[in-house]
Design a protein around this ligand. Sequence first.
Ligand code: 1OR
Length: 300
Amino acid sequence: SVSAESMQPDSDSGSWKPPKHSKTPEQYERLRHAVAGNFLFSSLDEESFNLVLAALVEKTIPAPNIKVITQGDEGDFFYVIESGEFDIYINPSGAVEAGPDGMGNKVATIGPGGSFGELALMYNAPRAATVVSSSKGGLLWALDRVTFRRILMNNAFQKREMYEGFLGEVPLLSSLKPYERAKIADALETVKYESGQNIITEGEPGDAFYLLESGHAVAYKHGVDHPVKEYGRGDFFGELALLDDKPRAASVVAKDNVTVAKLGRDGFKRLLGPVESIMRREEYENAEEMDPLTQQKTVT
Ligand code: 1OR
């Protein structure tokens, strides 16, 4: 495990200024597009966002099979992908002989809008994986270690810390790797509701998925006389409209003071793919439990 000190952003800000690498308007446009869907950038205020954009440097990867990051190395840059696919390999034993080139097994592939190389910079740790260009190479934007730690990391770091415990307790996410839960944390937003407020309204279009962090909520169909389900800590709701592109099938109302972790449609699609079958199975099981006469499921 990592010492608290190594996880703090570098202190003594003193006279440090982030590097400014001049860019053409055309480069800025591509860059804005590349980071638009990246959750690490979404919580930056405007000033920080502009500093980070100015500090990024374009890096062309001209061919497949180029190693951008080597497992075990010291961390120097964080990368955002503008174009191309990049494969992640992990050699669990650290044994040099594992797999072709000793890179170990492919564990993931990351594409445009995605990013990699944050772990070593966040935790002052050796690179956790090897990253290699696949298909035809691609285009990356690189951010130096100091700017990453002083500007981009603060928020992401706090969110990963804050949600680590809670996401580890959510049954739906228990099959995911800790790193996959960390990526979900990057994309979450905490929202609070008071007793009686609608979190979701039946019939409306759906744009978010929710994990219940604290308090209780009740799902109703066709009005408050028809409760169909109750939720507590660690439960999820709001998945149906996103899975099937349908209007909200029920209202979900806060029963007391409720805190939810909200995940937008984009994050839901990108990050919860591995648990989609589990969500669909629950949907099916809920349908099975419904009372055939009233078409309702009684609150348990
Ligand atoms: P880094 O600075 O350690 C390698 O350099 C990067 O690969 C790492 O940051 C992450 O940005 C990225 N486990 C660890 N690192 C990963 C993983 C990963 N995926 C991408 N990276 N796992 C894959 C999860 C689907 C966990 C495998 C057990």
